[in-house]
Design a protein around this ligand. Sequence first.
Ligand code: SF4
Length: 371
Amino acid sequence: MNPHLAAFHALADDPLGAIDRLDMAGKNPLGYFSAYFPVELAMAFGYTPVRLTGFNREISHADASLQAYCCSLVRTALEAGMAGDLVALKGVAFTHACDTLQRLVEIWRHHKIHDFVPVLNFPADVSSDAAYEYFAMEMRLLADKFATHSGVAYDPERLTAAIRATNRVRAGVAKIIDLRAKGVVSFADSIAVVRAATLSDRAEFADRLDDALAAIGDLQGKPAKGPKLVFWGGVFETREVAEIIENAGARVVADVLTNMSHSFLGHLAVMGDPLETLARFYFERPVDATKYRQGEDRAERLLKTVRSSGADAVVFAELKFCEPFAFDYPFLKKRLDEHGIKSFFFEFDLWESGSGQSATRLEAFIEMLNA
Ligand code: SF4
């Protein structure tokens, strides 16, 4: 662990504590699940968006409402909600992403976990102007829901300030990702930083990250001795596994994970109406497995990431029972095979730490690359 990033590890270790502290500080924590949730819009109404990425815990309450073949992200989040551990949240905002999350909205309401459960209907197919018009209208409706619930009127200046704060977070995370590629900070460090960002007031986080980056300095790092990897997939934040990978000699030089680069890279340039800027930004982002855009080739994006980072292999980080990303795997693997690029399918549950069979197999894959 880089000592300058220790505070981010501590935050990432205790997400429920972070939510409680935000509540006690009057920061109005608001839960959300998807990388497509426009955090800036919530911030403009005085909320602190907190991403729910599941928990490392056993299931006892949630199995009554969700079958065992749903992903552990959703099952453990529902478990936390039903156990009363998310009571400090002012509500949970849902964005249409996958069938499981779509069902979770009504389950969340049925169990009365929160009174405020707004939904942003984000089209799955983002190919057309009509889809954009629909989405822009949904964004305006979400702003209305926030205004009614918070009692704060929509103010373009507040939204612009929120966009500026998240731009600073994005810029800081981009530097961390660059330092990771150079071997200055570890994969586990980068996971802790992005997790801490989603558990914090974004402006305060940006200040803390700037301080940490200044303390780390502009080090050159060391050339990688072992294999260089690209991580691809949905949410992956198991730091024990990240450490196993690096202890085995590999370096993660790039990622396309929805909790990391996919969520944090980019910059919103506000020109004109900030709500329109925000809607355009989210609608036009590169798609992940939960969205489709005609003509956009995700396999090409993966190949480009491998080439530009100089990676030797790809690890597909696959949460068990996550259908959208599971459907992605066969065609992506086929394209990698056609280009002679090795890959590994790393399937995991959130309650598995670094001791699971999958982690042992991943270690063996790295040893094979090392040979
Ligand atoms: S996209 Fe996958 S991991 Fe995310 S909530 Fe849906 S099924 Fe679970």
